[in-house]
Every structure is written in structure tokens, then in C-alpha cells.
Design a binder for this molecule. Structure first.
Ligand code: DI6
Ligand code: FE
Length: 420
């Protein structure tokens, strides 16, 4: 006999093909899901609902065979920025490299100058359409990094803009301090001083304001080295703030091994990581976040060690890396498509990468990213015939509706649903 639910269960979403995205990637073909107080109270096959769910006064939604997945999670974005780098893209199309443009003071510094000029409200306005596009694709949780302010005031402005987006949109926003993105002109030739300033002054101040959910660093030949990363990680971990790293994107300087040894939530990019590093990630439980849109945007050819990650049993997530330089765009479905086509992930791996594993990359394990009792009732409804259509379409979005904490926040319920 199924266990009865508390009588305050409020809604039942039934007749859906439910892709749970749990550890077994279980699919319930004719499924139903009950929501109580914004959380999943029960899910299972239609007809097997606990007795109190069959009561007539429940709010019922007939999903008419639609597919349901957890709300998607974009676990690596630089969504808040001003301006574009379309002119630099044109230069790169003519042969200039990302590193060359960075070396002459363009790249991230171009966006820093535009972002410093913008007000907080302007930053929110610029990011809003990008977030709306992601929400329309089924995204209910997103990470947003700072990293284009590079002064205390401007990094704070970016993080506050990210928080405000989380208040204005029905999307959960996790903030990441990425002040260690590149060396700002104020600290020219003084990278150690810059890292010390972030570690000793900016991080404690921003943390005291509740603006920092995680700390990230661009560990790369053109940015910061592992010694500097270690210094910053010590400061973050001392404040009990989780850490992340942009690691081995353009070269291999040992960032992944350091981040894994410090228990980082995730290492992101990883094009130049090797098999031993894949194993280190798996052993540490650090999520490997793949960013195929940046790989595509930079016309990169050096593939991340997918087979090694897979055989080591590392958790693999997929994200947009939405940023004005290497990955202009705001489509997680496109990132899934590229993860399968360019990186040879299976479609199931790509789906787990934007749900369960992405949740873990944000420290949200057990809160969202799966459809299971007790987790947030965040889910997307899809006009698709088979689950393989997710990450199959590019430039076409089959998302029908988005539900967050049990409430419809985007799209409409299927026509003919009596409860509409
Ligand atoms: N790697 C990236 O993909 C972004 N940051 C980073 O360290 C790119 C940021 C940019 O080019 O604006
Ligand atoms: Fe990035």
C-alpha cells in the first residue's frame, strides 16, 4: 500500500512522460507528480497515486502526454555584463587569437571598461533578455559570475545585479565572485597584490553583505597561476565559501589537481586536462563542467578528456558559459547539442549535465536538478515525442511551459486542461 500523503498536498500533474534525471535516469512513461508547498510530495505512475491524491478537490493538471524534466540548471554563466565584443569577434574571424586580443588590453578588459561605466540598473536591464531566453528554454536555476568590474565597488555592483535578477525573475540565482578573472589596470604587474586584496579585503566585505555563494578564479597562463589560486582558495574556505575554478581551458598549468585537492565544487572548461586529472576530479567529487559553446566560439580543436572523465566516473555537467567574449549566447539547449555533437557526450549524459550534475556543481545536490520527493517542484514541460529531442534541435525551442516551486512561471498549460 502506498503511504498516504498529508492532506495539504495542493496539485497533481498527471499524464506526463517524466524524465526524473535521478541517478538511474528513470523515465516514468505515464507518470504523475504531486506538489505540496512548492516541493515534490510524490511521483510515480498514473493510477498508483496514494489514496488522498485521488480526492476530487485537488488541483489537477492533465499534461496530455507531454514530457516533463526537472527545471534545467545553467551552472556556469557570466550573464551580467555591458556591451558586446562583436568587433573583436570580427578580428578573430580574420585570424587574431583570443590570447592576442587579451594581451593588447582587449578581451575581458574591453568588457570591464563597459561594465564599469554601467549602473546597476543598466546591468540588470542588459542581462534581463538573456535570462528571459534561458527561462523560456526551461532553466529554473542559474549561476552568475562577477568578473567584469575588477574593483570592489564594481564587483559588488555586478553581484547585486545578479541578486536583483533573482528577485525579478522566477529563477534561482547563485552568485560567484570571479574578481580573479584578469588583472585590472590598477594592479598592473602586481598580480600577487591583487590576489591578496581580493582575499583579505574584497571577499570578506562582499561575503558580509551576503553577495558571494562561491569563489572562482581563471587559472591560466594569461590569468592567474596555481599559487595565486591556492591563496584565494584558502581565504574562501576560511570563510566556508565553496570554490570553483576555470581550469585548463587554453593550456594545462595544474589548476584541476589543485582545485580537486581542495574539494572544489567544480572545475570548468578542461579542454587541456588529462586522464590523471579526470581521475582526480572523480575521486574528489568535483564536477567537470564542460562549456562547448566557448570551445565552438574560439574555434578550439583540443577536446576535453571525455573518455577519461567517463571511465573515471566523474560527474559531468554542461553549461552555456554565456559571456560576451568566447560564448555570446544564452541557449542551454544549444550547449547540449554541442556537447553531444562536438564532445561526443550521449544525449543522456547531456541531460544529466544540465540537471542533476549541474545542481551538484552549484552545491544544490538534493535541492533541485532531479524529480524526486522532497526536492523543489521545478520542472519544464516539453512539446517533444522522445527525450532525444532535447539537445537535438538547435535554434528551435520545444519548451512548452516552465513550473517553479509548483507555480506556472512561463508558457501555458496544455489546451483542454480542465484546471486552466
Ligand atoms: N573563460 C571564459 O570562457 C570566460 N572567462 C574565462 O575565464 C570568457 C570571458 C570573456 O572573454 O569575457
Ligand atoms: Fe567562463
Amino acid at each position: 500500500m502506498p503511504k498516504p500523503l498529508n492532506s495539504d498536498a495542493v496539485s497533481l500533474w498527471h499524464n506526463a512522460c517524466i524524465a526524473t534525471c535521478d541517478e538511474r535516469m528513470r523515465v516514468i512513461e505515464k507518470g504523475a507528480l504531486a506538489v505540496r508547498n512548492g516541493r515534490i510530495a510524490w511521483l510515480g505512475a498514473v493510477g498508483e497515486e496514494p489514496a488522498d491524491l485521488r480526492r476530487a478537490n485537488l488541483e489537477r493538471h492533465d499534461l496530455q502526454g507531454m514530457w516533463m524534466t526537472p527545471g534545467l540548471i545553467d551552472c556556469h554563466t557570466h550573464l551580467v555584463f555591458a556591451g558586446t565584443r562583436a568587433r573583436e569577434y570580427a578580428e578573430r574571424l580574420r585570424g587574431a587569437t583570443y590570447a592576442q586580443i587579451a594581451a593588447r588590453g582587449g578581451g575581458i578588459l574591453t568588457t570591464m571598461r563597459a561594465t564599469r561605466q554601467a549602473s546597476l540598473e543598466e546591468l540588470v536591464d542588459y542581462a534581463a533578455p538573456r535570462l528571459a531566453a534561458l527561462l523560456g528554454e526551461g532553466v529554473t536555476t542559474i549561476e552568475i559570475k562577477s568578473g567584469y568590474g575588477l574593483t570592489l565597488a564594481d564587483e559588488a555592483k555586478m553581484l547585486r545585479a545578479a541578486r536583483r535578477l533573482g528577485e525579478r525573475f522566477p529563477v534561482t540565482v547563485k552568485t560567484t565572485l570571479l574578481a580573479a578573472h584578469t588583472l585590472p589596470p590598477e594592479f598592473a604587474s602586481r598580480p600577487d597584490d591583487y590576489i591578496d586584496t581580493i582575499a583579505c579585503e574584497w571577499l570578506p566585505a562582499l561575503h558580509a553583505e551576503g553577495l558571494v555563494d562561491a569563489v572562482d578564479i581563471f587559472c591560466e597562463k594569461i590569468a592567474f597561476d596555481t599559487r595565486q589560486a591556492e591563496r584565494l582558495f584558502d581565504a574562501a574556505l576560511g570563510l566556508r565559501i565553496p570554490i570553483k575554478m576555470h581550469a585548463e581551458q587554453l593550456s594545462n598549468i595544474g589548476g584541476t589537481r589543485l582545485a580537486a585537492s581542495r574539494g572544489a565544487l567544480s572545475c570548468d572548461h578542461l579542454e587541456y586536462a588529462q586522464a590523471a586529472e579526470a581521475q582526480a576530479l572523480a575521486d574528489a567529487g568535483t564536477v567537470a563542467v564542460l562549456l562547448p559553446v566557448a570551445f565552438y566560439g574560439l574555434a578550439d580543436t583540443h577536446l576535453p578528456p571525455i573518455a577519461a572523465l567517463r571511465s573515471a566516473g566523474a560527474a559531468i555537467a554542461v553549461a552555456t558559459d554565456c559571456n560576451p567574449g568566447s560564448a555570446p549566447g544564452a541557449s542551454l539547449q544549444l550547449a547540449m547539442s554541442m556537447a553531444t555533437r562536438l564532445f561526443a557526450l550521449t544525449q543522456e549524459e547531456a541531460l544529466a549535465g544540465v540537471t542533476r550534475h549541474a545542481a551538484r556543481a552549484l552545491g544544490l545536490c538534493g535541492k533541485c536538478g532531479m524529480l524526486a520527493p522532497g526536492l523543489a517542484a521545478d520542472f519544464a514541460l516539453w512539446d517533444i515525442e522522445s527525450i532525444e529531442e532535447l539537445g537535438y534541435w538547435s535554434g528551435f525551442n520545444p519548451c512548452h511551459a516552465v513550473v517553479r516551486a509548483g507555480a506556472l512561471v512561463h508558457g501555458a498549460l496544455p489546451r483542454g486542461d480542465a484546471s486552466n
